[in-house]
Design a protein. Structure first.
Length: 315
């Protein structure tokens, strides 16, 4: 199950030779239901992993979010709210492999609407192997929302995954989720230090693990680092992504997370799971639209992913 509080309609426009202050015509346009949790659900669907997407959806935009998910055959069960869900726009320049994102703040959420979502999460979690909380929190939602939801799931022995930023991420990590998956910038903000080399990344994953997360996966465009607890050991890995010519990096981290979860669910070893995850993330950069990728391309790229286990530490 994936949870997206700040769901959106994502518009992606391809604009060759994009320049600020100039008039352009998009060569291609794509509209999808979006938000990090929805992106994860879309990728899991492509990997044939059963998934239910839930969260908050409001107004005409919220109706369209649900319609878009239904058209993609992604099972969903959203709480309808009074305020309007957000629209986000990404401008992709295929000539320079750059993109510019413009994201609205999102709706204001009332206390009773949030209570309805918590009830829905509690109900859906009964049949879930794992619950993924992803993305920013909309207005009216306390920074402690993820932390409180994670603690509730821990009491019921339902593993949780957290991908957020800022204070909601910090409080959520302290609630001891099964896995936390920040990108480099989010992880740097969490530990208060920039990552310049492998030692900095390893310090970062260790520090986040000490803060409460059982497992940690920090992602970036070129390499990812993981800390995993298995058989009374802390296992640390580095995975270097294959070289590709990206079209758009929007949502690649969400695809990486989905592929990692899918591989672990299938019983694959940690190194093979990381290899599959990083390859899927790289494959997603070859397409426009968050959460979209070709599983066949991801399989082809797996052989070019360099995964290495680093110094294990017994606990």
């Amino acid at each position: 199950m994936t949870v997206t509080l700040n769901a959106a309609i994502d518009r992606t426009l391809s604009v060759p030779n994009f320049q600020l202050g100039q008039r352009h015509r998009a060569s291609q346009g794509l509209t999808l239901a979006g938000g990090k949790g929805i992106n994860v659900a879309r990728a899991l669907k492509r990997l044939d992993v059963p998934v239910v997407a839930t969260g908050l959806a409001g107004g005409r935009t919220g109706t369209r979010i649900v319609e878009e998910l239904t058209s993609e055959a992604i099972l969903n069960d959203f709480v309808r709210i009074a305020d309007e869900s957000r629209t986000s726009t990404a401008v992709v320049d295929p000539t320079t492999a750059t993109y510019t994102e413009i994201n609205e703040w999102g709706p204001h959420v009332e206390a009773e609407e949030l209570a309805m979502l918590l009830e829905k999460i509690s109900y859906l979690a009964r049949g879930a192997d794992m619950v993924v909380f992803s993305g920013t929190l909309p207005r009216g939602v306390e920074d402690s929302f993820y932390a409180e939801a994670i603690r509730d799931l821990n009491r019921r022995q339902v593993p949780s995954v957290l991908d957020s930023e800022g204070t909601p991420l910090r409080l959520g990590v302290e609630a001891e989720p099964f896995l936390v998956t920040p990108n480099q910038r989010e992880a740097e903000g969490l530990v208060g230090q920039e990552f310049r080399d492998d030692e900095d990344y390893l310090m970062g994953v260790d520090r986040i693990g000490e803060m409460g997360a059982r497992n940690v996966l920090v992602t970036s465009e070129l390499r990812s680092f993981g800390l995993f607890r298995e058989d009374r050991k802390r296992l640390r890995f580095r995975a270097v992504a294959p070289q590709v010519e990206p079209v758009s990096g929007v949502g690649s981290g969400d695809v990486l997370l989905a592929a990692f979860l899918a591989a672990r669910k299938a019983g694959k070893a940690l190194d093979d799971s990381l290899r599959a995850a990083v390859a899927a993330g790289a494959a997603s950069t070859l397409e426009v639209g968050a959460g979209r990728f070709d599983p066949r391309e991801a399989s082809r790229l797996q052989g070019a992913v360099d995964v290495r286990e680093l110094e294990p530490v017994t606990t």
